[in-house]
Structures are given as structure tokens and as C-alpha cells.
Design a protein around this ligand. Structure first.
Ligand code: CA
Length: 231
């Protein structure tokens, strides 16, 4: 992991660099805001430690400038210990804030915490946005439904309803709850609307068994058991 240290005070910077190297971070130290911004492109840091009091620029401006073009996590390192700075640091896009003097162990722990928190989602497991029920795939992020690899064209409300029902496969869901949660209403007149939407989804899925009527209750989403083909 590469840490860029933007700090004009040589004594502070030396201590930081020693501690970071000891913790096995690769480091680059620069003494001005301008050099820090330039080093973003050349050093490609995984995290930036930023002093607020710099000779050429205010640290808050450096922070904003970094944030305007990069998502690199930033920990503000400041001698100014007042609540206002802390608020400003977070408002200008810093991820954390430490006040001098601080212990190296604390700083390393913060660096690790910030980089864990800001780890890009691409490098983690992708969020589960796809639900599979045999031939049926409901992709909640892409707002798309596939049946046997063919797109099923649902209206926005039909899609919401199908997602809602498939949240709990096999569970009987009450009409009133469905109306409340999907239509955001308890109005009884809409129960016809609900029936119409259920009918439309069944038709589009080509098999009414996907959504079973539960008498006196409401509906249940279930993957039908399909007959073995060509027997
Ligand atoms: Ca300084």
C-alpha cells in the first residue's frame, strides 16, 4: 500500500515516514500542496495523509482539489485541534482526521480502517442483485427480468411487484401488505389494480403458477415444478 504524505514540517514528516515504513507501507513525502497534487498522478497513492498548514496552499484547498478528481482516501493530519476543523475536514471530503501529536499505532490503525471502508466495490464481491429461480432471473440493479434467457418486458410497477413477491418465495403475502408496500396505499379500490398487475405478470411469464392465489389472503411467489421435457 502506497501512502502519500503531504507535510511541510520535516521533523513531523520524518517521524511519519519512519513509522509508516516500519508498518510496511510504501511512502512518498512532499512538502507542498502543489507537489502533493502532482504526486497523485505519478505516485498513485492508495491513501493520502494531508497536513492542513502548508506553505503554498491551504490544506483544505488541497483536499478539495484531490477530491475533485480522485477518490483516494484522505486522512487530514492537523495541529489545529478544534471541532470546527474536524467538521470542515469531513465536509471537504476527507475520510478521517487526526490531531498532532498522535501515536503511530493509532495512525496506522486509522489508515487501515479508512482503506477498508473505502475499498472500491469492484474489488469486493459484487452485491447480490440477481435472483435466480430456475429459468427466471430478476436483476434488481439492472431492473431487468429474463426468462430462459429472453427478456420479459414488465412495466415499472409490475417489476416492483415481482421483486416484492420474490423477496419471500413460498410465503403467502397479504393483499393489504402488498398494496401498502408496493403502491404505498391502503386504498381498497386498488385491489383491482393489484389483480390486473398479477394477471399481467402471469401472462408475461407464460405460466400462472409463478404467482399463486392464496384464498382469503393474497398471493404467493413460487418457482413452478416443470415437467421433464420430451418424455
Ligand atoms: Ca504544517
Amino acid at each position: 500500500m502506497r501512502v502519500l504524505v503531504i507535510e511541510d514540517d520535516a521533523a513531523v514528516a520524518d517521524g511519519l515516514i519512519d513509522g509508516l515504513n516500519y508498518a510496511n507501507f510504501e511512502t512518498l513525502r512532499v512538502a507542498t500542496g502543489g507537489a502533493g497534487l502532482a504526486a497523485l498522478a505519478t505516485f498513485r497513492p492508495d491513501i493520502v495523509l494531508l497536513d492542513l498548514g502548508l506553505p503554498d496552499m491551504d490544506g483544505t484547498d488541497v483536499c478539495r482539489a484531490i477530491r475533485s478528481k480522485e477518490q483516494t482516501p484522505i486522512i487530514v493530519v492537523s495541529a489545529r485541534d478544534d471541532e470546527m476543523d474536524r467538521v470542515i475536514a469531513l465536509e471537504i471530503g476527507a475520510d478521517d482526521y487526526v490531531v498532532k501529536p498522535f501515536g503511530m499505532r493509532e495512525l496506522v490503525a486509522r489508515i487501515r480502517a479508512v482503506s477498508r471502508r473505502t475499498a472500491s466495490p469492484e474489488t469486493d464481491a459484487p452485491p447480490a442483485t440477481e435472483r435466480r429461480f430456475g429459468p427466471l432471473v430478476i436483476d434488481t440493479r439492472a431492473q431487468r427480468v429474463l426468462l430462459a434467457d429472453e427478456p420479459v418486458h414488465l412495466t415499472a410497477k409490475e417489476f416492483d411487484l415481482l421483486v416484492y413477491l420474490s423477496d419471500e418465495p413460498g410465503a403467502a403475502l397479504r393483499r393489504a401488505d402488498i398494496l401498502h408496500d408496493v403502491w404505498d396505499t391502503n386504498w381498497y379500490g386498488t385491489t383491482k389494480t393489484l389483480d390486473a398487475h398479477i394477471a399481467a405478470i402471469r401472462k408475461k411469464l407464460g405460466d400462472p403458477r409463478w404467482i399463486q392465489s392464496v384464498r382469503g389472503v393474497g398471493f404467493r411467489f413460487e418457482q413452478p415444478t416443470f415437467a421433464e421435457p420430451n418424455r
